[in-house]
Design a protein around this ligand. Structure first.
Ligand SMILES: NC(=O)C1=CN([C@@H]2O[C@H](COP(=O)(O)OP(=O)(O)OC[C@H]3O[C@@H](n4cnc5c(N)ncnc54)[C@H](OP(=O)(O)O)[C@@H]3O)[C@@H](O)[C@H]2O)C=CC1
Ligand SMILES: CC(C)(CO)C(=O)C(=O)O
Length: 297
């Protein structure tokens, strides 16, 4: 397949290598000419096996049509890239893999004519620099239809699914988004506040207590069974144990986090339903403090 990947960050670089390994034609769209030139010269190096891959690299302002786009930007950059698709009149199907929930509301404003898929990404990835990426947690992509044809989604999954790039169809969008939202609400703020790898949430008894308490609180808001959900959260933490969560990486690198799309969304839902969420309240303001200090430096 001809696949366009938007964003040369951790997931964009990782997906480019996995799809090239599976012999797809990959076009990676990046924001800076500097990153484009670096990848053209050195390729993308996957640190786990030192394999090097050469996608075709383009700037995002020069999009062309593909069998599928995978948008790998952060939630807070999504609006800009949705405007790019819409200004450049892109008709190709687009898959979004962002953590959090706020993107779901944004889609309709810009992409009501496109075929849109929404997925959750269970991989862990860390970008070391412009062209090197570590695959810190092997997982799969679970994808659901947002608008358009289910037949097109089924055919794309059939062509993409391999052991290198596992991708499965989920019939119901919101349960999978809520499952991932819960995982990110439990893992990301705590790891960002305490500067720990994911696995420490299971290994340190105090962090484990906090993680379980946050799991309870979020399950109360999202109406999920907390003990079944905790098992899933625990499994993802285990599988991505060596990872530093994307929120921790944002804090370390002085970037904005996806807090609003994760904790902000759950708090708003709790507020509308008069549910008290003291731990989320604390997490929200604690991460905001780190974020605003970072951004003002
Ligand atoms: N990393 C992980 O392990 C996981 C991440 N996710 C989710 O995947 C998404 C991506 O995360 P991650 O890869 O870590 O994030 P990164 O910050 O590493 O990468 C995002 C990339 O998007 C680029 N970008 C932003 N706007 C545009 C644009 N308009 N056109 C082209 N590129 C653009 C940024 O470029 P620049 O740097 O030049 O600004 C950056 O390289 C997030 O929603 C995250 O929550 C989900 C599961 C795991
Ligand atoms: C699954 C997890 C928690 C992996 O680190 C993630 O999605 C993230 O870091 O944003």
């Amino acid at each position: 397949m001809r696949i366009g990947i938007i964003g040369g960050g951790a997931i964009g670089l990782l997906f480019s290598t996995l799809l090239l390994e599976d012999n797809h034609e990959v076009f990676l769209y990046v924001k800076s000419a500097d990153q484009k030139n670096t990848i053209n010269r050195k390729g993308i190096r996957r640190l786990s096996d030192s394999a090097i891959f050469f996608p075709k690299v383009e700037l995002t302002k020069n999009l062309s049509e593909h069998d599928l786009f995978i948008n790998c930007t952060k939630q807070y950059d999504l609006q800009e890239s949705l405007i790019e698709y819409s200004n450049q009149k892109i008709n190709s199907p687009i898959l979004f893999i962002q953590n959090g929930m706020t993107h779901v509301r944004l889609m309709d404003q810009f992409l009501n004519k496109n075929t849109v898929f929404i997925g959750i990404c269970e991989h862990g990835a860390q970008k070391k620099n412009k062209h090197e990426v570590a695959h810190t947690g092997k997982g799969s992509l679970k994808v659901s239809l947002y608008h358009g044809s289910i037949f097109s989604l089924k055919s794309i999954i059939q062509k993409l699914h391999t052991t290198i790039f596992p991708i499965t169809l989920c019939d119901d969008l919101f349960p999978i988004l809520h499952e991932k939202l819960l995982i990110n609400a439990v893992v990301n703020p705590l790891t960002a506040l305490f500067h720990v790898q994911n696995k420490e949430l299971l290994e340190d008894q105090h962090l484990l207590f906090l993680a379980k308490t946050i799991n309870e609180e979020v399950c109360g808001v999202l109406k999920m069974n907390s003990s079944n959900s905790w098992e899933k959260v625990e499994k993802v933490i285990h599988n991505t144990g060596e990872n530093r969560s994307s929120m921790l990486m944002d804090i370390i690198n002085g970037r904005k986090t996806e807090l609003e799309a994760i904790i902000g969304y759950i708090r708003e839902k709790a507020k509308n339903e008069n549910i008290k969420t003291p731990f989320l309240y604390f997490l929200y303001h604690a991460v905001k403090t780190l974020e605003s200090r970072n951004l003002s430096e």
